[in-house]
Write a protein that binds this ligand. Structure first.
Ligand code: GRF
Length: 191
């Protein structure tokens, strides 16, 4: 399966996916492109080091639809079949979701539907939950709301800060994202 990955920053989930494709843990797949909406995203260099083509498409004052149209064109040009959002910090337009219906996935650092949006770990600490985690889900037009593919739980410790909790959840995210994409690839190959 041809995979395209969208990032805005660090790119550790992108690296986990790229490495899993390279090792064959995600079989019969290639990462065709990594696209960032930020020219200074540290993940861009990590993708290039791994020999993956990168493209920067900044918003530059355009509408969401105009910006997304450029991204869709780059994905289509490479026949991308599955779009993985990996720390991509922008909501997708309706056009984007429809162009890749049921073929866009995201990872979010909470057990959705709890704590969508930003400052997720602080939301979990403020709510006093004892279990949080991460969710891989299909993307629809609502924020952090599409059908859930899989989740992994992480214990919240009494002395956790948003940073320590985020770090332990991130460790689980990488394996969860690889497992989810591997599952999608094998279920679509079986069709
Ligand atoms: C991760 O916590 C992910 O769940 C969220 O943004 C963060 C991105 O981290 N959507 P990275 O760029 O993959 O390292």
């Amino acid at each position: 399966m041809k995979i395209g990955i969208l990032i805005s920053g660090r790119g550790s989930n992108m690296v986990a996916l790229v490495d899993a494709v390279k090792s064959g843990e995600i079989p019969d797949s290639t990462v065709a492109v990594v696209i960032s909406d930020k020219a200074n995203a540290p993940g861009l260099e990590k993708a290039r080091e791994r020999g993956v083509e990168t493209v920067v498409i900044e918003r530059r004052g355009r509408t969401r639809e105009e910006h997304d149209a450029d991204i869709i064109a780059e994905l289509r040009r490479r026949d991308v079949e599955l779009v993985c959002l990996a720390g991509y910090m922008r909501l997708l337009s309706k056009d984007f979701v429809q162009a890749f219906e049921n073929r866009i996935v995201n990872i979010h650092p909470s057990l959705l539907p709890d704590f969508p949006g930003l400052s997720v770990q602080q939301q979990a600490l403020d709510a006093g939950v004892k279990i949080s985690g991460c969710t891989v889900h299909f993307v629809n037009e609502d924020l952090d709301a599409g059908p859930i593919i899989l989740q992994r739980a992480v214990e919240v410790k009494n002395d956790d800060t948003a940073e320590t909790l985020a770090a332990r959840i991130l460790e689980q995210e990488h394996g969860a994202y690889v497992e989810a994409v591997r599952g999608i690839v094998s279920s679509r190959a079986a069709r």
